[in-house]
Write a protein that binds this ligand. Sequence first.
Ligand SMILES: Cc1cc2nc3c(=O)[nH]c(=O)nc-3n(C[C@H](O)[C@H](O)[C@H](O)COP(=O)(O)OP(=O)(O)OC[C@H]3O[C@@H](n4cnc5c(N)ncnc54)[C@H](O)[C@@H]3O)c2cc1C
Length: 416
Amino acid sequence: MGRDAHGGVLVAGGGIGGLSAALALARAGRRVTVLERSSELREFGAGIQLGPNAFHALHSIGIDQAALDQAIYVDRLRLMNAMTAEEVTALDLGAAFRARFGYPYAVIHRGDLYRVLIDACSMHQSIAIRTNAEVVRFEQNGSDVEVVLASGERVAGIALIGADGIWSGIRRQMLGDAPPRVPGHTTFRSVIPIEEMPEAFRWNDATLWAGDKCHIVHYPLSGYRLFNFAITAHNDATEAVSGEPVDAGEIGATFEHVHDTVKQIIRHGRDWKRWVLCDRDPTHHWVEGRVALLGDAAHPTLQYLAQGACMAIEDGVSLGDAFGFFEDDVDSALLVYRDLRVSRTAQIVLKSRAMGEHVYHPHGPRASLRDAILRSKSDSELYEDLAWLYDGGQESKRYFDPSATPNIEQTEVVSA
Ligand SMILES: Cc1cc2nc3c(=O)[nH]c(=O)nc-3n(C[C@H](O)[C@H](O)[C@H](O)COP(=O)(O)OP(=O)(O)OC[C@H]3O[C@@H](n4cnc5c(N)ncnc54)[C@H](O)[C@@H]3O)c2cc1C
């Protein structure tokens, strides 16, 4: 059988990870079929933070500028103490940050980022995206993979990428491991028209109020037309939930203990929805024969470093680089992709947990210690603390072409 027999590479799941992978594979010369179970391609309507590493990855798949055009470049990463309303630190994200990391720190509506990915995929004749295509299982014989859809249809390819999210059925069939861990944290989300937020609080910052067993994040969104809240409580929730409506009374009671200023801000949110957060311990079992996991299916993480989607995009880029390098040797491409990505994503999963415990949710003396440590650091010291995160993710570029300079040249960016 020739290269890209049958449907080329199959990607189960058309989320941010699946579409990034499709784009990277197509740019590496592969034919790709994305199988998405939903009847339409759309993302949940809330904000997402993207660090410079995400833009380096988006650059590799040709859509950094399109994403930047939809994003807001926030001025600071601002940490406030939610119990006292005092500022702890405000990291400058302006010219010095952009020069250091090559891209801005930005916030973007998930739907806008998703639209950029769909538009780019639709310009590639070698990418087919099918909706109403739920993958229920796979079979493989060493050189080909076949998936069975809920309709009974079979689709064949040379490899299958399981980009089917945190509840991945591909992972379940491959590993048979336990369901994701529920560490007892709940995030409530709300997006409001920006006019509903008093001007005094419309900061052009990614603001995080860290309080006793809770934190509150807010930032402007979508060309300053919207204002985004993601507020989290370590409330010992035991059951995974996704997007369930919540009444304002529960929000008030859950955040009753924070400073009045913070309560005043939260009060402007409405139509709240709840996510009970999950993650998994890292594993290197991402590949079985011609099947590999990617994004949340491989390494679901708590969002405390705001990196889950950034990691899914980076995964896609590494996968495309590996397929480009190994050409017909699909087995090696999948194994090297895994080897390039496991330790970076494991670091994200474990450090996200630590961020929650030591930076976002401590109380009493541990919170005072956090404030003292962060206050003692200059911006340039904090930049270097973040360098592993924002300079990272380009392992595949270095691996496949050691002579190449990673993509850290200064990009032409304008203030949004
Ligand atoms: C509250 C919260 C805030 C977050 N904030 C950030 C942030 O600021 N920055 C950041 O980088 N990340 C953030 N994340 C993480 C980010 O949302 C995820 O890591 C990212 O969306 C994962 O993308 P994915 O494509 O791997 O999975 P998903 O987005 O879950 O996509 C999986 C896709 O597969 C489809 N699917 C599922 N099963 C099947 C099947 N059997 N057959 C076919 N299709 C299937 C689904 O319909 C879906 O379209 C946050 C997460 C949460 C919960």
